[in-house]
Design a protein around this ligand. Structure first.
Ligand code: FE2
Ligand code: FE2
Length: 213
């Protein structure tokens, strides 16, 4: 007997599934990225309270952002945007230049990484500068994610044709299957889980210390 999910799949055109699947994956990736932005924000709050943030956690989050988006997230968005430029140039125009946005993300991240390296090599970094550079990175990442979900994904869902989604899906599956990408995605995934685990442990320790005061 056919299971319900198989039956439902057979009733939905495959092209719709492909589009839905791709946008759903990108949204899930955004949620994962946002969890790490929250970790950075918590460390920034520690810094703003005049305490020492956990620089190991900050460095791990930087490392994640240095590898994950370019390996696993941006390529899919760039492929979708390329198709959008062809199918709906006006919508693409209203988004601006996604590649430049991704490039600017890397620049802002590099600024965070350079600043943290200075601190860890005992250089003086004014508090205001730390606050500005870290805060700017977090804020701009969130803005970018919101913009993509509001403009890029909805415009792509309206304008791209079934063959576009099929091509993106095929190109991505091929790229993803390379050994490098598989290893990188696994490494980033496990790094993300470790960061969230450390952060939870730190929160528990802080709560314990507060209770036993
Ligand atoms: Fe993006
Ligand atoms: Fe994105």
């Amino acid at each position: 007997m056919l299971s319900l999910s198989v039956l439902m799949r057979s009733m939905v055109p495959t092209e719709a599934l492909s589009m839905t699947k791709m946008i759903q994956v990108l949204r899930e990736e955004h949620r994962n990225i946002e969890e790490l932005l929250l970790v950075l924000e918590q460390e920034l709050l520690v810094f703003d309270r005049g305490e020492r943030p956990d620089y190991e956690i900050i460095r791990a989050v930087i490392s994640y952002f240095q590898d994950y988006p370019d390996c696993c997230h941006h390529p899919k968005e760039d492929m979708i945007f390329e198709k959008l430029k062809v199918r709906d140039p006006v919508a693409a125009e209203s988004v601006g230049d996604l590649e430049v946005e991704h490039h600017n993300e890397r620049t802002r991240l590099q600024r965070v990484a350079d600043m943290v390296r200075l601190i860890l090599t005992n250089h003086d970094v004014p508090g205001q500068k730390f606050d500005h550079i870290m805060g700017d990175f977090i804020e701009q990442e969130r803005r970018h994610i919101k913009m993509e979900e509001r403009l890029v994904f909805s415009a792509a869902a309206n304008a791209l044709q079934s063959e576009d989604w099929a091509e993106i899906d095929a190109r991505w599956s091929e790229a993803r299957d390379s050994l490098f990408n598989v290893a990188m995605e696994e490494r980033c995934q496990s790094l993300r889980e470790r960061i969230l685990h450390w952060q939870r442990k730190e929160g528990e320790l802080e709560n314990d210390a507060f209770v036993h005061k």
